[in-house]
Design a protein around this ligand. Structure first.
Ligand code: CTP
Ligand code: CA
Length: 221
């Protein structure tokens, strides 16, 4: 039994993890969302909980089971996720932003079902708040870990996001690779720190990758 228990190196830490997609209403029956399954974020929540952290998981809709002992806060739109994260931010030691937050939402969601008409339909999209960017401005003692999902120029874009959002670590995810990114059970990532150091985590289960991300985060202390 002792062997099965992971090290309790996150004992006493409050960790907030965001996971899954955001969902933006177009009308009562239609929405705009993305392909995030939530698996990476849920794996981080599970790993952190197993290592003794008090974990709050802010999640968009997924088909996943909430890990035992983890406090779930369910969200839908980017704005609802933003509000939930900000409400809990001050108490956190570490915030890990694995959610795939939609950059845009329909400007005026219709209260009634939109009926089809002749010709094309245009839906005007407006920008959502950038949650990580806001946290980067507000942070005091918190360690901030962001994710960057890219199909090209992976490390360059991820480094740019690390700087711009004032994060402490960026997990760069090449979503064009097989066995990495959205919906898969495994992931291949690079973890980049503020000194520009990067380490590659070779393809492994999302739970193993989660533990590596937590290891790196603890090394920053
Ligand atoms: N993020 C966020 N709020 C947003 C958009 C992104 O908090 N409105 C966070 C994500 O959770 C992730 C990080 O920012 O941790 C990077 O997200 P990503 O979509 O890769 O970057 P963007 O800055 O949105 O840039 P782009 O989509 O144009 O590549
Ligand atoms: Ca984005």
């Amino acid at each position: 039994l002792a062997l099965a228990l992971p090290k309790q190196d996150l004992q006493g830490k409050n960790i907030l993890v965001t996971a899954g997609p955001t969902v933006e209403a177009i009308d009562p029956v239609r929405f705009l969302s993305n392909r995030s399954s939530g698996k990476m974020g849920y794996a981080i929540a599970e790993a952190a909980q197993a290592r003794g952290a008090k974990v709050t998981l802010v999640s968009g809709p997924t088909h996943l089971k909430t890990p035992t002992g983890v406090k779930l806060i369910s969200t839908t739109s980017a704005i609802s996720m933003y509000e939930a994260v900000l409400e809990h931010f001050s108490q956190q030691d570490i915030v890990i932003k694995a959610a795939a937050v939609g950059d845009y939402r329909p400007e005026n969601p219709s209260a009634v079902k939109i009926k089809k008409q002749e010709g094309n339909l245009s839906i005007n999209l407006v920008r959502n708040p950038d949650i990580l960017l806001e946290l980067g401005k507000k942070k005091e003692h918190q360690i901030l870990v962001g994710f960057a999902a890219e199909t090209n120029n992976l490390l360059e874009y991820a480094k740019g996001k690390l700087e711009k959002k004032n994060a402490d670590l960026m997990v760069a995810n090449d979503v064009s690779q097989e066995g990495a990114g959205f919906g898969t059970d495994t992931n291949t990532v690079h973890i980049i720190d503020r000194q520009g150091k990067e380490i590659k985590i070779e393809r492994a289960s999302k739970l193993e990758v989660a533990h590596k991300i937590l290891d790196k985060t603890l090394e920053l202390k």
